[in-house]
Ligand binder design. Structure first.
Ligand code: NOJ
Ligand code: CA
Length: 735
């Protein structure tokens, strides 16, 4: 194999490059080769076990010809004409302790190649930093402070990922405002067909418009035209994290890490040459990023392995983020919650209090005089019922949505001052309910739907968080439904990235944990700000109430969306037939046991028990698993995994000898023999096995399951069978 690597380096040197540097991962499997091409443009390639994964790929930036950029910026892009001024290779090894997550401690071992570049024509310096880990690479651009590069505006980042073939891909249509599309499973060459089947593009560079001449399938289409804010930008635009698999069985995943003061990266596919290129989210005037040196971009990441399990076990994205910036993290804790939520999502109640007001003006609309509509769910009686359920059934918190005034006209009005986040509706007694909750050992969870008026949220933030402190809330679910204000900004642009990060920092000052819905997809920032305990940023369970998600959705998300951090997927709907208690005719595309498995398969310190108390009363034996399951782990062992098909994982509960095992599969079902070699030698355990019934099926018989107990020890083999749309959930308790 050594000879093969040498041959490739030699080939690169012979073809176009002026010079080449390289770095290998600690175990030698992952290799990055850097070079400048004839025109002095930076180029890198990536190899795994001697095989090419990313062909030589160009790097650099086109700059905006903009009066706000420094003099001199107008003439020269940061693309060509570079020379290598200096380079060095260093090694790094350390271990750190996450506040929560998959592992008790994480080793951060890499070799680093730092290339200092000089662009003589414009007298500019730029540094490229490549880190080679055993499971992939991260690289970023750095711009030291210098006389001739101060302010510059990025018009286009041109980081390429030249692929070696038309790989199979698990992907989502690129969009500046939403990540709530169905996941697609096709070869890359099919991306264009899938997107243009739903969207038409007037000319290159134009955003997509709804096609009227197609038969809509909202469970499967690449673009679904029902989001309150969406901007699909290209017939071949894809979101990250993008999971791929080569015909040779290599798994490749492209994402980014540490998205700070920059705009979110999508990928644009050149489907003739199979080259992906970074595509940043523009701002209201069409620029991508405003930079001032010293500064740097986020990391561009490529994970690679011939074992799918490594994609899930990897800590590469976390490792590339900065260490924790919160000194005292004692107030950050795993949280299991239920909520006054699913009934509204299903259509069995409202967020708004009255039907009398066509519009609300904060401070002027008097809700005390309004006639309640009788369907407002955030009322004292309902909330107390949820508190009682939480207190009796091992839940920490109760989320209440629709508690504060403004829901009468919150959506689609593009209204600036839509909520004040401090004024409750008349039927929500904030003091009494918090006192009641605390008296039972439970907390209320705050909800701040911003309706995407980021400006308004920032104006109210301090007061809103002070109110939370006053009443003893320590977690907030934020939301960004609708088009962004300031108008013209996108959910994933630099402006909003800075907003989300600022919210996180302000929340930390108030000792508040954040779970952001509709916010930008996470990029591992939860290492630095572990109060970011959750995000949505993909289709969660709520879509099951709108029209459904394929069973394979939940075994794609851990490979894609979860790469950057935990998701508030909101599992645990055990009454999967919504018509059994509401007028909603949809089903949740999972068996009951499949829902239980998600608590283990989807690693998150924040987990909802999404169903209604009265539905759980019908499934108390199965609910026991939701009550017992841990949310924070000392260890995680992936037993088998294939994107979109199945994931089986065993996790050891934090600070305990107990293990939990979760297996989830797609619509084809799955069988797996699990050898319990992770258990302690010579020790006995009691396994409580929640299994799909033999006759179970997510469509025809979701509620058939068995719960059995048996004594197990190290080396025993459990033969597990998951039915279509099903799963398995096991608690393994040390005796
Ligand atoms: C969309 C969120 O995903 C959902 O959870 C929430 O209930 C609504 N917005 C209202 O804020
Ligand atoms: Ca959402």
């Amino acid at each position: 194999m050594k000879r093969k690597i040498t041959t490739i380096v030699m080939a690169l040197l012979a073809v176009a490059v002026v010079s080449a540097q390289q770095v290998l991962s600690p175990n030698g499997n992952v290799q990055v080769i850097f070079s400048l091409d004839n025109g002095g443009q930076p180029t890198y390639s990536l190899l795994y076990k001697g095989e090419m994964v990313i062909n030589p790929s160009h790097m650099g930036f086109e700059l905006a010809r903009d009066k706000h950029a420094n003099k001199g910026m107008n003439e020269t892009d940061l693309l060509t004409g570079f020379e290598v001024k200096d380079y060095k290779v260093t090694s790094h090894e350390d271990t750190w302790t996450p506040v929560w997550g998959q592992y008790k401690s994480i080793s951060n071992n890499y070799n680093e190649l730092i290339i200092d570049l000089y662009q003589a024509s414009a007298n500019r310096n730029m540094t490229l930093r490549f880190r080679a880990y055993n499971d992939g690479i991260g690289f970023r651009y750095e711009f030291p402070q210098q006389r001739d590069l101060n302010y510059f505006i990025i018009k286009r980042e041109r980081t390429q990922f030249a692929l070696t073939g038309d790989h199979r891909a698990w992907w989502q249509a690129g969009d500046y405002d939403t990540q709530e599309y169905p996941m697609q499973v096709t070869r890359l060459s099919q991306v264009r067909n899938r997107i243009t089947a739903c969207a038409s593009f007037d000319k290159p560079g134009a955003v997509g418009k709804r096609r009227t001449d197609y038969t809509e399938d909202r469970m499967r289409d690449a673009v679904v035209w029902d989001n309150a804010s969406q901007t699909v930008f290209s017939p071949t635009g894809i979101q990250t994290s993008l999971q791929m698999k080569t015909d040779e069985g290599l798994y490749i995943n492209i994402h980014e890490a540490e998205l700070v003061n920059y705009s979110c990266m999508h990928l644009e596919l050149d489907d003739k040459n199979m080259i992906l290129e970074s595509h940043l989210t523009p701002d209201a005037v069409g620029n991508m990023c405003y930079m001032q040196t010293p500064c740097r971009t986020p990391w561009r990441t490529v994970m690679v392995s011939d074992d799918a399990r490594d994609m899930l076990a990897s800590s590469l994205i976390l490792n590339l983020n900065e260490p924790c910036k919160i000194e005292d993290t004692s107030w950050i804790h795993p949280t299991k919650y239920c909520g006054v939520w699913w009934e509204m999502i299903v259509g069995h109640g409202n967020w708004h209090y009255t039907d009398e007001f066509p519009s609300v003006k904060l401070g002027m609309t008097d809700f005390n005089k309004a006639k309640p509509n009788g369907r407002h769910r955030a009322n004292n009686d309902t909330v107390m019922r949820y508190i009682d359920f939480a207190a009796r059934n091992g839940l920490d918190q109760v989320l209440v949505e629709g508690w504060n005034v403004g829901w009468e006209d919150w959506a689609n009005m593009w209204k600036e001052d839509v909520f004040d986040f401090v004024t409750p509706y008349p039927d929500f007694d904030i003091k009494m309910l918090n006192d009641y909750a605390h008296s039972k050992g439970v907390k209320l969870m705050m909800h701040h739907e911003t309706s995407s008026s980021a400006d308004n949220y920032e104006r109210h933030l301090n007061e809103a968080y002070s109110l939370m402190n006053r009443y003893g809330y320590d977690a907030v679910k934020t939301g960004y439904v609708g088009d962004i204000i300031p108008r013209g900004e996108h959910h994933y642009g630099q402006y909003m990235v800075n907003h989300y990060n600022w919210v996180l920092r302000e929340a930390a000052k108030h000792h508040i944990m954040v779970n952001g819905h509709e916010a930008v997809r996470p990029t591992g920032l939860c290492r630095t700000w572990p109060n970011l305990v959750g995000n949505e940023s993909a289709r969660g369970t709520e879509y099951e109430a709108f029209y459904g998600s394929n069973p394979n959705h939940t075994v794609i998300l851990p490979f894609t969306r979860f790469q950057g951090g935990p998701m508030d997927y909101t599992p645990g709907v055990l009454e999967t037939r919504l018509a059994n208690w509401s007028d909603n005719q949809h089903i949740v595309h999972s068996t009951v046991v499949g829902q239980l498995a998600l608590y283990v398969v989807m690693c998150s310190p924040l987990q909802m028990a999404a169903d209604l108390p009265q539905n759980y009363e019908k499934f108390m034996d199965a609910y026991q698993f939701i009550r017992d399951v841990a949310l924070d782990w000392d260890d995680s062992r992936y037993i088998d995994a294939e994107p979109g098909e199945y994931i089986t994982v065993a996790r050891k509960a934090k600070g305990s000898d107990n293990w939990f095992l979760g297996g989830k599969c797609d619509e084809k079902g799955h069988r797996v023999d699990v050898r319990l070699d992770f258990l302690d030698k010579g020790r006995k355990y009691e396994a409580t096995i929640y299994a799909d019934g033999k006759d179970a099926n997510y469509e025809t018989n979701p509620a058939s399951y068995t719960i059995t107990k048996k004594i197990v020890k190290q080396g025993d083999v459990l033969k597990l069978v998951e039915v279509p749309g099903g799963g398995v959930a096991i608690m393994i308790k040390a005796i």
